[in-house]
Design a protein around this ligand. Structure first.
Ligand SMILES: [Fe+2]
Length: 341
């Protein structure tokens, strides 16, 4: 494995050549005759699946890591000269933006259509979800009874005034949550909901892990985060004093989002790109994602990590996650009007 840090524009470039292990005779696999170039803005828990892909196919994966914004700018600037074959990133809102900007091409793959449920992929097949994350209510069990919790909407109840921790409204995870609320309930009702949150004067915290630590430390009693951040903390400390509550079980189901990928518009190794996506959505890689990254598989043939399974089965909102993109601009304007920054 070789890591290279590039100079310009602060983009951390990590070229990971899994072929090194093969050449060293560590792994048995077909000779490396081809490659696939991946631009990745997803940075947690995918390495075992990538290594398994190379072992199985002999196709080397070259990875360039950066933020979603950096990857978009790079793809736009490179145009048809781009070496990228696959864009991997978090949040359907980001994938939708990439598709709308013309950075992705349509994928023709019955295998992917079979592996990934329709609500977790682009209706036009320019991207597919690869892992599922629930954004739900987190609480301090010493201060809150689960019977006091119910829905995202109810976090606007005055009883939570000064007790709520949220990330900014501008962060993509919250934009997507608000966007799907708009799709489900319309703008007027969603604005009431978000105004309720804002009127509770939430403590605004810069990332999900810090929200969970804030709840544990008594800074607030409830918050909204993605489930895998809690799983990571519980994996390190099984007694970590925060519990998840699956929101909206008697209404729409808990909001879920995806990390996912698409084949870039100017992919030079298109067939390999397709093979990679098909592999990542297959049962073997899906199990690795669940085991290492604590997310839910998109493919029902894979199981859930035991730490997450302990939190019980729950109903996921089955709305098409493309709504996160369709209503993204509306969500931003709405949060502004409602006074949620
Ligand atoms: Fe995340």
């Amino acid at each position: 494995m070789r890591r290279i840090r590039s100079g310009g524009r602060g983009v951390a470039v990590a070229v990971v050549l899994i072929g090194g292990l093969l050449a060293a005779g560590v792994l048995r696999a077909p000779a490396l005759t081809s490659e696939v170039v991946l631009y990745s803005a997803r940075h947690y828990g995918q390495e075992p699946a990538f290594e398994a892909f190379t072992r199985k196919t002999g196709i080397a994966i070259k990875i360039l890591n950066g933020s979603t914004g950096e990857m978009f700018e790079r793809l736009k600037a490179e145009g048809d000269k781009s070496p990228a074959d696959v864009l991997l990133t978090v949040d359907a809102g980001n994938l939708w933006n990439a598709a709308r900007a013309g950075l992705l091409q349509k994928i023709d793959s019955p295998e992917l259509q079979a592996s990934v449920p329709p609500n977790l992929r682009d209706p036009e097949m320019r991207w597919v979800g690869l892992t599922v994350r629930a954004r739900t209510i987190m609480y301090n069990p010493k201060k809150v009874q689960p019977s006091e919790l119910s829905t995202y909407e109810a976090l606007g109840d005055p009883k939570w005034k000064g007790r709520l921790c949220l990330r900014t409204s501008g962060y993509i995870y919250n934009q997507s949550l608000i966007a799907t609320l708009i799709k489900r309930q319309g703008e007027a009702r969603t604005e009431e909901i978000v105004r309720g949150w804002a009127q509770n004067q939430p403590v605004i915290i810069t990332n999900d892990t810090k929200i969970l630590e804030g709840i544990a430390a008594g800074q607030c009693d409830v918050g909204l985060t993605n489930h895998y951040y809690l799983a990571r903390l519980v994996a390190k400390d099984p007694a970590f004093p925060v519990a998840p509550f699956w929101a909206n079980q008697s209404t729409t189901g808990t909001h879920v989002n995806v990390s996912g990928a698409g084949v870039t518009a100017h992919a030079k190794n298109r067939a390999n790109a397709l093979k990679l996506l098909e592999f990542l959505a297959g049962a073997e890689a899906q199990q690795m994602f669940a085991d290492v990254g604590f997310e839910f598989p998109v493919n029902p043939q894979a199981g859930v990590n035991p730490i997450v399974a302990r939190w019980g089965k729950f109903r996921q909102d089955d709305i098409s996650i493309a709504a996160a993109g369709e209503f993204q601009a509306a969500a931003t304007r709405l949060a502004d009007r409602a006074g949620y920054r």
